[in-house]
Design a protein around this ligand. Structure first.
Ligand SMILES: NC(=O)c1ccc[n+]([C@@H]2O[C@H](COP(=O)([O-])OP(=O)(O)OC[C@H]3O[C@@H](n4cnc5c(N)ncnc54)[C@H](OP(=O)(O)O)[C@@H]3O)[C@@H](O)[C@H]2O)c1
Length: 308
């Protein structure tokens, strides 16, 4: 089994390549992450809606996917059984998985039974924060069939910009190595750039690339408000704030320079940039952002013990 933390031999890795043109994509959970992934795959991965299958206990969110032309169910087991999906994204709350581990009696809230043994290869991605792959394997894979499942399983964190084909995806293996099937690399690359992050750092990665996207939108809005206050039209102010962020991010990524070095390059001695930075320091913007990222990671763990 692939995935950095899959030390226990619970399955074999797939040997046949996945046919992306016909592959069925399944999603457990129909919340915001599923919506970003599904929108990205339909618009940028050119995945036919009829090949998308979504399960959630209620239709309050999944109904939107049905209206789009995707298939929905209230039984998670259908994703593995009846619909026999090839690639499955687990996007339900972590508390669901932990409940299964706490009370192993079947039926489980995640899957009424262990996932069936089929001759078809399965590819599973877990987006679930705070839950290890080994924990998910315990819940999904029948120990009596140890070693018989043909599954490739990975933990990923992907940011919601994947809905626009612009995501960044942290994955538990080197994306260009044979630890990730070429077809999965192709599929994920249609909506995001892939970066290896060890599984034990995934929750920290989620705090910056998931929640962090919202923090950056706050920063853009605040920059635009500042420019508005200084007299710039609102629409231009928002566009310029966003473009400035894009320029900063792109020059940093392309030069490989440290953000402090690039900042110093912008600040003339005694000039307006350093004056503004001094104001931000006095208001402890740096400390606030560090706390926001930290808080976001801690809160994801708090949610694990909450009821969905
Ligand atoms: N960047 C990332 O990779 C990233 C970012 C944020 C979150 N996450 C993780 O991704 C997961 C989903 O996050 P989200 O923001 O999409 O959450 P969300 O919007 O709150 O949606 C949660 C979904 O899970 C469904 N659900 C609840 N119990 C379930 C069960 N027993 N079986 C199947 N589905 C169940 C809910 O069903 P109903 O529609 O019926 O309520 C809902 O559709 C979480 O584990 C979160 O920690 C990852």
């Amino acid at each position: 089994m692939s995935g950095s933390n899959s030390k226990r031999k619970r399955s074999k890795s797939p040997s046949k390549p996945l046919e992306l043109e016909t592959a069925k994509l399944g999603f457990i959970g129909s919340g915001k992450m599923t919506e970003s992934l599904v929108n990205g795959f339909i618009d940028y991965g050119k995945v036919d809606k009829k090949r998308i299958f979504i399960s959630a206990p209620t239709e309050k969110n999944s109904i939107r996917f049905k209206e789009k032309g995707c298939n929905i169910t209230k039984r998670n087991y259908d994703i593995f059984g009846k619909f026999d999906c090839d690639v499955i994204f687990i996007c339900c709350p972590g508390s669901v998985v932990l409940d299964c581990l706490r009370d192993p009696k079947r039926p489980h809230p995640l899957c009424t039974n262990f996932i069936p043994l089929t001759s078809k290869d399965k590819y599973i991605f877990s987006l679930v924060s705070g839950v290890k792959l080994t924990q998910l394997q315990t819940v999904l894979l029948n120990p009596d069939h140890k070693g018989k499942y043909i599954i490739e399983m990975h933990r990923i964190v992907i940011n919601p910009a994947c809905a626009y084909g612009l995501g960044i995806c942290a994955i538990d293996v080197e994306p260009d190595s044979n630890k990730l099937s070429a077809s999965l690399r192709t599929l994920l690359s249609t909506i995001s750039k892939l970066e290896h992050v060890p599984e034990e750092q995934m929750d920290a990665a989620c705090a910056i690339c998931g929640a962090g996207l919202a923090f950056v939108y706050c920063f853009i809005k605040a920059m635009a408000d500042g420019a508005l206050k200084a007299g710039l039209d609102r629409s231009i102010a928002i566009k310029f704030a966003a473009k400035t962020l894009q320029c900063a991010a792109q020059s940093l990524l392309e030069t490989g320079k440290h953000p402090g070095e690039l900042r110093d390059h912008v600040c003339a001695p005694g000039g307006p940039a350093i004056e503004g930075i001094n104001k931000m320091n006095n208001l402890d913007l740096n400390g606030s952002i560090i706390s926001a990222v930290e808080k976001s990671k801690d809160f994801a763990f708090k949610l694990l013990t909450a009821k969905p």
